[in-house]
Design a protein around this ligand. Sequence first.
Ligand SMILES: NC(=O)C[C@H](N)C(=O)O
Length: 323
Amino acid sequence: MSKKILVVNTGGTIAMSVDDSEGVKPLDDQAVNKILPFLEKHADVTMKNVLNLPSPHMTPAIMNQLRLDIEEAFEQDHYDGIVITHGTDTLEETAYFLDLTLSVNVPIVVTGAMRSSNELGADGPVNLISSVRVAADSDSLNKGVIVVFNDEIHAARHVTKTHTSNVATFQSPQYGPIGTIAKKSVQYHHAPLDREHYAITHADANVPLIKAVAGMEPSWLQFLLEQQIDGLVVEAFGLGNLPPAIIPTLQQLLDKGVPIVLVSRCYNGQVQDIYDYEGGGRKLKEMGIIFSNGLNGQKARLKLIVTLQKTRTFKELQLLFDQ
Ligand SMILES: NC(=O)C[C@H](N)C(=O)O
């Protein structure tokens, strides 16, 4: 019997077309629907157009609404798997947010396209067919939310967009893909070891992300002191070190009870409390800054938005960021 798969469309280039001036725009009617007849060979597919957004318009609040829409659709009708089509710019963020929060125990696949629907060599149709095949494969159970793109399967926690235009843009720099898609089969090589789930109600915490650069001025960060923020993520240098000039600003935020999560600008490795000079990781740890374990900045921000609903205590947040 063929598996029941729900395809939830949210927009992105997969649902856009290129015009004569080479501008790419969202289509009124989602182009993804045209792919439906090609999916039916692989599963019993239902399509729902829930949004038609370029993914730079995505917000954590919209991601949370998407989670609720998926949970509601799943309650109404039991599906064997769910595929979400999404713009690639923030695809890793929505995939990771859903990985942390979605309480649906079937394969969840996120996909998209780098080339618009009417471009030669459009990658949307093949990515969508691969995603339906992966969602319908029982080996895809218990892998967390996965991203299927360019014949590869990636864990939401590790995948990131690495190229502005190449169809092989999605990579997991630290660990590689967890599986590949062959002409006739789906093959997993390994599974993500750590799975986390947080039951949340909303996703509206105000958490900015800042990136360290050489010669950073404290005045650039004045806005952090002037507005009410719930948390902060800082992309530090290398192993987790910062310019000493910004430390007093961070200390003021900590004194106000604002949790600060540290990640690295490097896309491999983890931040660690090693360097003992001014601004070095060891000093940052002593100040109470929370060290993340290998998440990139944009994902650490989402994890902080989610975990702030559980606790605001620095020590407890550190335990959650150790996972
Ligand atoms: N390839 C894409 O989907 C990029 C597009 N700007 C988006 O994220 O909506």
